[in-house]
Write a protein that binds this ligand. Sequence first.
Ligand code: ZN
Length: 299
Amino acid sequence: MILGGVEAGGTKFLCLVAQEDGAVLAQERFPTRGPDETLADVLAFFRRARDGGIGPAAIGIGTFGPVELRAGAGHGRIMATPKPGWEGADLVGPLRDALGVPIALDTDVNAAALGEAHWGAARGLRTVVYMTVGTGIGAGALVGGRPLHGLVHPEMGHVSVPREPDDDFPGICPFHGACLEGLASGSAVAARWGRPAQELDAATRARATDLEARYLAAGIRNLVYVVAPERVIIGGGIVNLPGLLPAVRRRLAELLGGYPGLPEHGEEGFVVAAGLGQDAGPRGTLVLAGMAAAEAAPG
Ligand code: ZN
């Protein structure tokens, strides 16, 4: 079976068709323009694939949000977004109507969690959190192998974390100021220290890394207690900060305070870097497609 995937990002869209084992047969990337133009690019990609004999049996989409995931009339529509023209845009209907194949939609971070669980750093695990720290902070989760969403998808980047005593940076989240994203996203780091972490001198970078680790650990503590993941995967550019992950693990152990006392929470393999890097999301869209194909199969 051939599966299709779309990673819908704020600056670019990536489309691919692949075999079930993940072997990519065709892949294209285009800049995100308005919804009509961009979805026309996506449609053209899959039509070319079909004409070339590699049309997918189902398509998975991992998208930026917020997006309506509930079944019903609004399913697949982008919700309130500052991205010009995209509010209310339907990601699913036009593709399903034009291609006539099942389409599964989820968030980009839930897709990345699926990708990591099938091919990456969480292979074989059923309940995992995938957190990406870039311009913002987003996280997805699988619970019992299924992507987590309900009334809406989780917005774990916006959890509250206690302010560190040596930090008076007000935070940059437009909604909450000093939530996790407001204090610890790449944009927050750049705003607090005057430049991106990678460009800081060694001494300042060490301080920035230490503070970042404390905030991320505080956020992860919340997720550990709510989602009960078997592993937490960190993606995005932040994992390249030297010493960050060991510092997060040390701080997380302190913050858990020995409760509930599972040795797994203290192991090096509990908080790890993404195994697939940038490919986690696109790979995950193929898993979504496989799920859609299975659900649509008779019997
Ligand atoms: Zn926030």
